[in-house]
Write a protein that binds this ligand. Structure first.
Ligand SMILES: [Zn+2]
Length: 173
């Protein structure tokens, strides 16, 4: 997209669409197709929203993970709602004390933002991510510093400094 869509711009576009709707849906302008067109677009938007909502947290298919590994299932943390993220932040804050929090980009950023509300005075760096497979991204973010790591899901093996809230290990024992 050529232009940055700021919240103001989105609001302006929505207002413009609403005005067009008001003017043309059910209008009697001669030969006007705008009403039909706007209704059609609205139906498409609803269909898209529904499809996005139905995309699950866990999905079967043919996927390539960030680590480059192939897999037939994935955890899509974009499916977590803001309320899910808030709840996970609360759970983490009950188990860990930290003064600063960093999220691994991009999956850990939403969680890190939610965790900022729980920073306490104890000097401790918390690093978070959504899914850990090899631990490579977590190590890179830590860059040798002393830190506590927390991920929502692990599907590989966590290094000793990282705790996973939920495990779905693919490593066969
Ligand atoms: Zn019209």
């Amino acid at each position: 997209m050529a232009e940055q869509l700021t919240p103001e711009k989105i609001k302006a576009i929505r207002r413009e669409i609403a005005e067009m709707r008001e003017e043309h849906v059910g209008c009697r302008h001669e030969g006007c197709e705008w009403g039909r067109f706007l209704a059609y677009i609205e139906a498409l938007e609803q269909e898209l929203a529904q499809a996005q909502k139905e995309k699950g947290l866990f999905q079967f298919g043919d996927f390539t993970l960030h680590s480059g590994q192939r897999t037939d299932w994935k955890i899509d943390c974009d499916a977590l709602t803001d309320s899910d993220i808030e709840t996970l932040a609360k759970i983490i804050s009950q188990r860990f004390r930290f003064s600063r929090v960093e999220g691994v980009s991009t999956g850990g950023l939403r969680l890190a933002k939610a965790l900022e509300n729980y920073c306490s005075l104890r000097e401790r760096l918390l690093i978070v991510d959504d899914v850990l497979t090899t631990g490579g991204s977590m190590e890179k973010q830590r860059a040798g510093r002393e830190a506590t790591g927390v991920v929502i899901f692990e599907r590989g093996d966590c290094p000793a400094w990282v705790t996973a809230l939920f495990q779905a290990s693919e490593v066969l024992e």
